[in-house]
Design a protein around this ligand. Structure first.
Ligand SMILES: [Zn+2]
Length: 349
């Protein structure tokens, strides 16, 4: 019937018109006009992530992999990509590509700001910086991290040169290999400009303007330049290496480590959390504030046990080979002795 034909024609024309809108929108020539179209467009433009992320809550993705360095956390929104730490050069390009992809899924237009925060200077958190900082609108690290990051420039460049070999041990994806090759090709030209965050933090608590983020520095702990990143609106923290979850913590005497200071820092941090807080550690699985308490317990116990051995006159090398109950079952066994030695030195000094 004519009426049915008319309806049919009308539906076809709507479909054609909407298809044109989608095509136009993907090429940036026409703004989207409906949520339904936005949804179709998202699925049309969001490729699968290059690496495996844990979605902690909407807009928060963590890259947790014990074999590839410190945990990266992303918060992606239409306004800004917040990136915490950069792992290594063979992965940083993929981290950035995935962050941009998540953002496209959150935002229908515009290009959000890229904000990088380094939790501290250690290379497994900062060696990917030269793939990120040249593209970042803002970048932050503690003031004590800046000269340390710069002193690692040669190591960072070498890490870049090895990017293709290193990605082979991680994935056989061609896209990842291509990004690693780009890092390797660029690495010779990296200078302090590419590795150094633009803004040095020198306060106990610093709000990043235009965001809900506070950067906390609680004094010397894992290093002399630890920053904890708090997302106030979402009750999410990235602790940097103040927390190793389910693992022995890494002690680096060259970085100003202090077990006593570390305990103070964690006590202060714990007070900022509640039962609903999501905690992303520097290494190991994200969890709630329990993983902070577990790290407090580890440090308290190691201080007590090592002090007992010092009091009993046990030599350092004999103390270092000990394993107490609280250490049993933890990962990163290879750094257990290192932890004991550092605590022994700190207490005996
Ligand atoms: Zn570290």
């Amino acid at each position: 019937m004519p009426i049915q034909n008319d309806q049919s024609t009308s539906l076809q024309s709507i479909t054609r018109r909407d298809s044109l809108k989608i095509i136009a929108a993907t090429t940036g020539t026409l703004a989207l006009t409906s949520p339904a179209l936005a949804s179709i467009l998202r699925s049309a433009t969001s490729a699968d992530p290059l690496i495996t992320w844990s979605e902690l809550k909407p807009s928060f993705h963590a890259f947790v992999d014990l074999n590839t360095g410190g945990n990266v956390l992303l918060r992606t929104s239409k306004d800004a990509i917040i990136m915490i730490d950069t792992k290594y050069p063979h992965l940083a390009g993929a981290i950035k590509a995935d962050a941009e992809n998540f953002t496209r899924a959150d935002s229908k237009n515009g290009s959000p700001k890229l904000i990088l925060i380094n939790t501290h200077h250690h290379g497994d958190h900062t060696a990917g910086n030269p793939l990120i900082i040249p593209h970042a609108d803002e970048s932050y690290a503690h003031k004590n991290a800046i000269p340390r990051i710069q002193s690692q420039l040669d190591t960072t460049k070498q890490s870049g040169k090895n990017a293709v070999d290193r990605i082979k041990g991680f994935s056989d994806s061609k896209a990842l290999k291509d990004l690693a090759q780009q890092a390797a090709d660029a690495s010779d030209a990296w200078t302090n400009k590419e590795v150094t965050p633009a803004t040095a933090i020198d306060a106990k608590a610093t709000d990043i303007e235009g965001t809900d983020i506070t950067l906390h520095h609680f004094g010397p702990g894992h290093t002399d330049n630890d920053l904890v990143v708090e997302f106030k609106d979402d009750n999410v923290f990235h602790t940097g290496d103040l927390v190793f979850s389910g693992l022995h913590p890494y002690f680096d005497p060259t970085a100003g480590v202090s077990a006593m200071g570390w305990l103070v820092a964690l006590g202060t941090l714990y007070q900022l959390c509640d039962k609903d807080t999501i905690v992303v550690p520097g290494h190991g699985e994200p969890g709630d504030r329990t993983i902070i308490q577990n790290q407090i317990d580890y440090l308290t116990q190691i201080l007590i046990e090592v002090q007992n051995q010092i009091d009993a006159g046990t030599p350092k090398e004999d103390t270092a080979s000990m394993e107490w109950d609280f250490m049993k079952g933890l990962g990163f066994e290879s750094i257990r002795e290192r932890a004991i030695n550092a605590v022994y030195d700190e207490l005996a000094s």
